[in-house]
Every structure is written in structure tokens, then in C-alpha cells.
Design a protein around this ligand. Structure first.
Ligand code: BGC
Length: 474
């Protein structure tokens, strides 16, 4: 019961109802993905703000690092904890609460009087970032028909990259005054939009049907697919749900993740989560200026380069939006990983062989472009698609928590490892990770393009070497 599956009213020949329905879905998706924007903004803004608050509060290196990375710890906790809230209170209420937590974290930071309050503020923001990153893919997937689900889910990554870029812009705007409080305060605007905007969103019909609110779900579906198609779509939802119910009907949430049936999906979600981070993306996103300086370019160019990298990241995500429902998820992933691997290998070579400062920047940009066109968005798309309804929130939470944990580990160890084995050699390690990822995707990741959950599940089981479980044999 994922999204509207192939609901004929929305997917079929474009009747007026379908066209108007799609417009509504895009409007809702834009609002839901403000959660993704805040994810990007709050992870991106700190690099600029740090330059100034470290002076105000006389922070040493350890304290600076901890203000940056405590957000990642909060995000792990937020991602892990949110699935219970989301299953219990619904997707809409959860997203609204996340908006409120974003606001609270922002207020704490803007009014902080010292190191301790900075830590608290960043941790609270992290809780919201982690929770939102797990909720948004589930919510987007559950309001989308299969034919446009990839694009709708990619809006999350699009707004995420926009959030990073806007944060760099805001940093630039306030850098001459050094007003770091204003840099954090600007994040309060989208937080407010999320908190208030969520009141205008519909609840996910998938969640409503699972919670005995069939009438409301039907009304929501009728408002999108048209009155005449509503019963048909609801029936489709229900029959998918019945046919995919676990052996033990009472199994929900986390315990269901460990059932044999859900294991292949979990393996895909967790592996792609780790792959995204151990492929090295945030060493570039977070440390690009430091890396570029290593090649001999001046530090004054660093803001310019981070803005350029942010812009490429956004532009290539737009390309991904255009391709994800046409070419499918697997081709994008495979292409992306292959190009990332080659660029990392070349990047490593430029450092080891000392090949000047232009080539490293070129390879770095091509690496980011390849990530943004595939592994970046497709991970977040897939975790919205591969889990059955009763494990949807829990599966997304677990995958997201592994993503944040891996992010934390890589961010913590990147600079020490560079000191130990060398800059170029570290990029070669990332290249090997991409190679392993490529082999994993070839073998285990299903194609989900324009498929309903039963079809996705059958491919997952088959790739994991399990006999596909027939719809009626449960
Ligand atoms: C990743 C983030 C990363 C961002 C960069 C996302 O898909 O999960 O860790 O910072 O892409 O655009």
C-alpha cells in the first residue's frame, strides 16, 4: 500500500480530475519537502556562522567541531525515534511537530549566550533534521501515484540541495557584518512555513486506511482521483494491504523490520544509506574549501567554490527529476556510482602525483554532478518505495538513522584519516566503496519505476534469492 499505486484515476488518460489531482499533489509535495529544505539549510549554514560565533564565544577546535557535529547526533536520535510518532499520530501531525522543533532549535541558537547553549540548540535542530528526513520520503510516497512517484520523491532532494545553496548565500550576505545570529534566524522562516503549512496538508490515505479512517481516506482520494474513481482506488489499496499482510497481523513498526519478508528491503535501505555517506559526499560538501586549499589555491576563493559546488549539486538534481521516472532508478544509480568511482580515482591521482590545482576542482565538480544525478536523490526515493505499509515508517527511520550515523563517522574521521594515509589515498578508499556499491546495486536493488508495491516486493524477494511469496499464500 504505497502511495496511490497505479490508481487509474490519476494515472490513466488525463481527465480534468486527474490533471487537477496532480496539481494538488505537486502543491502538497512542495510543502512537505520544506522539511528537506530545512535539512539542507541547517546542515549548510553552520560552516559560515562558525567563523564568527567561534570568536564571540572563544571556542577551541574541539568545541567548534562539537557544535558542528552534535547536529548529526541529534539527527540519529530524531530519525530513530520518529517512526513511532509517525505511525501513531499520522504523517501530517508529525511533520507539523517537526516544524515546531525546528523553530525551538532556531530560537535557542539565535539567543545563545555561550558554548553550552550552542550545543543544545544544534542538538535540538538535529532532532528535527533527522526526524524530518525520515518522515518526508514516507509522506511523499504515500500521496503519490506510481507514475510520478519518483519525481515527487526527488523534490525532497531538490529542496535539500536548494537549502544548502540558500544557506551559502545567506552566509555570504551576512559575512561582512559577521552577524551569525541572523544566519541561524533566517532558518526560522521555512520552519514557520512547515509548522503552519502542515495544517493545510491532507493526511496520508495509506495511514488513514491502516487506522480505520476509511471514509476520510476515500474523501482524500476522491479529491485527487475524482469521485468516480475513488472506490476503485480504495479497493486497490485495501487489496494490496490484505495480500501483503504479514503472517502475524499484529506485527507492526520495528519488530516487523526483522521478519524474513522485510529483510531484503531493509538490506537495500541500510546498505544504500551507508554507501551514500562512505562514498565520501559530505567530505566534499563540508570540506571542499579545505581540500581546494590543499592544492595551493587561496582561501579567499573558498566561498566562491562552495557556492559553485552547491549550484552544480542543485542543477544536476533537476536533471535527475527529469530522468527518474523515465529511465528508472537502477540506471541512474549505476551510472552515478560508476562516474563517482572514476572521478574519485582521478581525484586521488591528482593529489598523489601532484597534478596542480585545476584538475582536482574539475574532478570534484564532476563527482558532485554524478552524485546529484543518481545516488543523492535515488536513495531517498527508494526508502519511500521498498518497504511494506506496516514497516514503512520504521524502515525509513532505520535507513535514515544509518545514513546519519555513517555521516557522523565519516565527518569525524575524514581529516584524521587524511593525516594518516594521505589525501589522495583517502579518495581511493572512497572509490573502492563506490565499486562495492556498484556490485551491490547490480545484484540486489530492484527497479521501482512505475510499479506498485506488490511488483517491487516480488523483485526484492527474487533478487535476495527468496521465492516470491504469492499474493494469496500468506
Ligand atoms: C545526503 C546528504 C548530503 C546531500 C548533498 C543527500 O542525499 O543524504 O548527506 O549532504 O545529499 O546534496
Amino acid at each position: 500500500m504505497q502511495g496511490f499505486s497505479r490508481s487509474p484515476g490519476v494515472d490513466g488518460p488525463l481527465s480534468d480530475a486527474a490533471r487537477e489531482g496532480r496539481r494538488k499533489i505537486w502543491r502538497w509535495a512542495g510543502l512537505i519537502a520544506v522539511g528537506g529544505f530545512l535539512f539542507g539549510y541547517d546542515t549548510g549554514v553552520v560552516s559560515g556562522a562558525l567563523l564568527f560565533f567561534k570568536q564571540d564565544f572563544h571556542l577551541d577546535r574541539f568545541q567548534q567541531g562539537s557544535v558542528v557535529s552534535v547536529l548529526l547526533l541529534g539527527a540519529i536520535a530524531g530519525a530513530l525515534g520518529v517512526s513511532r510518532v509517525s505511525d501513531r499520530w499520522g504523517r501530517r501531525m508529525t511533520l507539523g511537530l517537526e516544524g515546531v522543533v525546528f523553530l525551538v532549535g532556531t530560537v535557542v541558537l539565535v539567543t545563545a549566550q555561550g558554548y553550552a547553549m550552542m550545543l543544545v540548540g544544534r542538538f535540538v535542530l538535529g532532532l528535527a533534521v533527522g526526524a524530518a528526513s525520515a518522515t518526508v520520503p514516507v509522506y511523499l510516497s504515500e500521496i503519490s501515484p506510481a507514475s510520478i512517484r519518483g519525481r515527487v520523491l526527488t523534490v525532497n532532494q531538490l529542496l535539500l540541495t536548494a537549502g544548502i545553496l540558500v544557506a551559502y548565500g545567506v552566509n555570504l550576505a551576512f559575512s561582512s557584518s559577521g552577524n551569525w545570529r541572523a544566519m541561524f534566524a533566517a532558518g526560522g522562516i521555512p520552519a514557520l512555513v512547515l509548522a503552519i503549512g502542515s495544517l493545510r496538508l491532507p493526511e496520508s490515505p495509506a495511514w488513514q486506511l491502516a487506522h480505520g479512517q476509511g471514509d476520510r481516506a476515500r474523501a482524500m482520494i476522491a479529491s485527487v482521483a475524482g469521485e468516480s474513481r475513488a472506490d476503485e482506488v480504495v479497493e486497490r489499496f485495501e487489496s494490496t494491504r490484505r495480500s501483503l499482510q504479514q503472517e502475524d497481523d499484529s506485527q507492526r513498526g520495528r519488530s516487523v523490520l526483522l521478519s524474513a519478508r522485510v529483510r531484503p528491503a531493509l538490506a537495500v535501505g541500510l546498505t544504500l544509506a551507508a554507501l551514500q555517506q562512505f562514498g565520501g559526499i559530505n567530505t566534499i560538501i563540508y570540506y571542499a574549501p579545505t581540500i581546494i586549499q590543499e592544492t595551493g589555491l587561496s582561501a579567499s576563493n573558498s566561498i566562491f567554490y562552495s557556492v559553485a559546488i552547491g549550484a552544480i549539486n542543485l542543477i544536476m538534481t533537476i536533471v535527475a527529476i527529469r530522468l527518474v521516472d523515465r529511465l528508472g532508478r537502477r540506471p541512474l544509480l549505476l551510472f552515478s556510482l560508476a562516474v563517482m568511482m572514476v572521478m574519485l580515482a582521478l581525484l586521488g591521482l591528482t593529489f598523489v602525483a601532484g597534478l596542480g590545482s585545476v584538475l582536482p576542482v574539475v574532478f570534484m565538480v564532476l563527482y558532485i554532478a554524478a552524485f546529484a544525478a543518481g545516488l543523492g536523490p535515488v536513495f531517498w526515493v527508494l526508502i519511500g518505495e521498498i518497504f511494506p505499509a506496516n514497516a514503512h515508517a520504521a524502515g525509513s527511520s532505520a535507513s535514515t538513522a544509518v545514513n546519519w550515523t555513517s555521516n557522523f563517522v565519516v565527518s569525524l574521521f575524514f581529516l584524521p584519516v587524511v593525516g594518516l594515509i594521505g589525501q589522495g589515498e583517502t579518495f581511493w578508499v572512497f572509490a573502492v566503496v563506490c565499486l562495492l556499491g556498484l556490485m551491490f546495486v547490480l545484484r540486489y536493488v530492484p527497479e521501482t519505476r512505475n510499479r506498485d508495491f506488490a511488483e517491487i516486493d516480488a523483485e526484492l524477494q527474487a533478487r535476495a534469492g527468496r521465492r516470491p511469496v504469492s499474493r494469496t499464500s500468506q
